[in-house]
Ligand binder design. Sequence first.
Ligand code: ZN
Length: 125
Amino acid sequence: MKKCGYCAKQITYHQMFCNDECHGKSNKFYEMREHLSSVFGVFNMVCLIGMALGIFLMNFARETGLYIFAGCGVVLAIIILLIPLPIDNMLDKWKIKKAVFATRIIGLCVMGLALIAFLLALFVF
Ligand SMILES: [Zn+2]
């Protein structure tokens, strides 16, 4: 059984997408990914390293570590929410629509974590 490459609806064997709209959206997604993935891959990496550094710093400078973690987390979350680029595994499994949705949920979780760290730094330590 085949699934539409965009919305994951069932389709017949000789189709790639369930309709032209899904085909167009899929093309747009891959075009965007091609243009942006290298730039935002670097941004994502920098933010992740920043968050890891923040966690490391918490050992001796708790407040500074939390602020760095929170700052990098907010930037990372905004990038993920604006430009959700799911990994290929997710795309294969869920197709574009659901994978982008799941990626946005991850972005929201990162945002939540960053805000918690920010509040901790402000009010607890
Ligand atoms: Zn479709």
